[in-house]
Design a protein around this ligand. Structure first.
Ligand code: ADP
Ligand code: MG
Length: 376
């Protein structure tokens, strides 16, 4: 990928780039829709990434091409506003967040290529935000501090793009660690890197269906969680154990009750998953992933037919320990925990079974835990 993005830069700008940034996507092993409830998550940065080659500009402009988009992003750091709904908003939003944090920014121009499917739940948006932050850091001479950059990524997505997403995505993208998942307490931001147990692998299966987080579904779920927390007298659903919740759940309207039930139990599943990972209990890990999916399908209602079908298909394969949708839902990818020795074979079996049942061959790949956004 590095050679390819350098070549793309040379074709467009006639020189070598001064910097190349790599910014990965992520899968979340468990803890879905818990981050904005101040809860726990357990994501992994993956070996699919956005690659951005760039050089500084002296005129205070940002000009960025994406090989996935017909139109470049082009604006002046001193004076820019929103321009609609396209990918420019992520770049501008990140720029605005960095400026508002007091950082002095130098302009730059570049080109990006991505191996992360867009809108598929693998967080191409946070990968883009963190790539832009790292580009500014490289040319402007400030440090890419992962925590600070992640928070500004969330600000960009919330305030400029208008998707009320949580801290998980920019956090894991900015500070993933090879071979490890990252447990994060989204309230205190306490975290722990946990190695993936030996002998298992993560399979990513793209249903080909897509979500749009800037539209209503995601923000609706968040509003339901906030309503439920308010009604139950806590600041966030994170503050309730499943026992507390079940005794008081009767106070909630039926739909909000199911939404809140998912979040409260999902938080406990993350802690159970952490124990299972540390103990190398692969069976428990798989079971928790299965339970998470059922809860997201039945109570939180953010799966779709394709995600449910994909999970069903992979679970029927020998060597699959558990499977669930990953990311915000409403389409995109599922993941499975599979025996490493069977991982590629299971991938092929899933493609075949999907083709027979649903038509078309889905993209399915084994992924590895990789490091977070960095210059290469
Ligand atoms: P996800 O983060 O699950 O992939 P989002 O809807 O949160 O989906 O973010 C996707 C958006 O991020 C795209 O609509 C686009 O604006 C931007 N984006 C992601 N990857 C690229 C890319 N390679 N080139 C240009 N824009 C991208
Ligand atoms: Mg996103």
């Amino acid at each position: 990928m590095k050679a390819a993005i350098e070549r793309a830069f040379r074709e467009r700008f006639g020189t070598d780039p001064e910097h190349v940034v790599r910014s990965p996507g992520r899968v979340n092993l468990i803890g879905e829709h818990t981050d904005y409830n101040d809860g726990y998550v357990l994501p992994v940065a993956i070996d699919r990434a956005i690659w951005l080659a760039l050089r500084p500009r002296r005129d205070g402009r940002v000009r960025l091409h994406s090989l996935d988009e017909p139109d470049p992003v082009d604006f002046s750091i001193d004076a820019f506003g929103p321009s609609g709904e396209g990918w420019a908003e992520y770049v501008k939003g990140m720029t605005r967040a960095l400026l508002d944090s007091g950082r002095k920014l130098v302009g730059w121009e570049g080109v990006l290529a991505s191996g992360i499917p867009i809108g598929a739940g693998l967080s191409s948006s946070a990968a883009l935000e963190m790539a832009v932050a790292a580009a500014f850091a490289a040319v402007s001479g400030f440090a890419f501090e992962a925590d600070a950059m992640a928070r500004l990524g969330q600000v960009a997505e919330n305030d400029w793009v208008g998707a009320r997403t949580g801290i998980m995505d920019p956090m894991i993208v900015a500070q993933g660690r090879a071979g490890h998942a990252l447990w994060i307490d989204c309230r205190s931001l306490e975290r722990a890197a946990v190695p993936l147990p030996r002998g298992v692998a993560i399979l990513v299966m793209d249903t080909g269906t897509r979500h749009d987080h800037a539209s209503s579904g995601y923000n609706d779920r968040r509003a339901a969680c906030e309503r439920a927390a308010g009604r139950l007298g806590v600041s966030h659903l994170r503050d309730l154990s499943s026992k507390d919740f079940e005794t008081r759940a009767g106070m909630l309207a039926a739909t909000d009750r199911r939404r809140a039930r998912h979040v409260v139990h999902e938080n406990e599943r993350v802690l159970a998953m952490l124990d299972a990972m540390r103990g190398g209990d692969v069976e428990a890990m798989g079971r928790l992933m299965d339970e998470s999916h059922e809860s997201l399908a039945r109570d939180f209602e953010v799966t779709n037919r394709a995600l449910d079908a994909m999970v069903r298909i992979v679970r029927s394969r020998p060597g699959c320990r558990g499977a669930r949708m990953t990311g915000g839902g409403f389409g995109g990818c599922a993941i499975a925990l599979v025996d490493a020795a069977r991982a590629e074979a299971i991938g092929e079996e899933v493609r075949d079974a999907w083709e027979a049942a649903m038509g078309g061959r889905p993209e399915v790949f084994v992924t590895r835990a990789s490091k977070g956004t960095s210059l290469v």
